[in-house]
Design a protein around this ligand. Structure first.
Ligand SMILES: [Zn+2]
Length: 117
């Protein structure tokens, strides 16, 4: 997988965690499950550090899409974008393209091939 894309997937995971700790109902649930919520500053620091390793243009695109659509980076499953369920162009399935950063032509989300596909 493209390294920038791997970083972006990790960034999205961190953003999800940060959002969840900000959501009171969810935070209570997490606390009951034994997750320490004091760690949110650590999450933010890790997020900043990670964001610094991602190309600016890609990061901006990610942030624009996530504001509009929520999840910005989605896997391709059965040649379908898991964000909007549109079928992806066949050219995307070539090994060469799997190393590139691909965008869904329908919803604009950033696509990645899950491991082992
Ligand atoms: Zn899509």
């Amino acid at each position: 997988m493209n390294e920038q894309l791997m970083l972006l997937v990790a960034l999205q995971d961190l953003d999800t965690m940060i959002r969840e700790t900000q959501d009171k109902v969810h935070a209570t649930k997490l606390a009951n499950m034994g997750f320490a919520l004091e760690g949110v500053d650590d999450l933010r620091n890790a997020r900043e550090e990670l964001a610094g390793s991602i190309e600016k243009a890609l990061l901006h695109r990610y942030e624009r899409i996530s504001q509009r659509l929520g999840r910005a980076v989605v896997p391709i499953t059965s040649n379908v974008c898991l964000g909007c369920f549109a079928v992806i162009p066949t050219a995307y399935t070539s090994m060469e393209n799997r190393e590139k950063i691909l965008y869904c032509e329908n919803c604009g989300r950033i696509l990645y091939w899950p491991r082992g596909t």
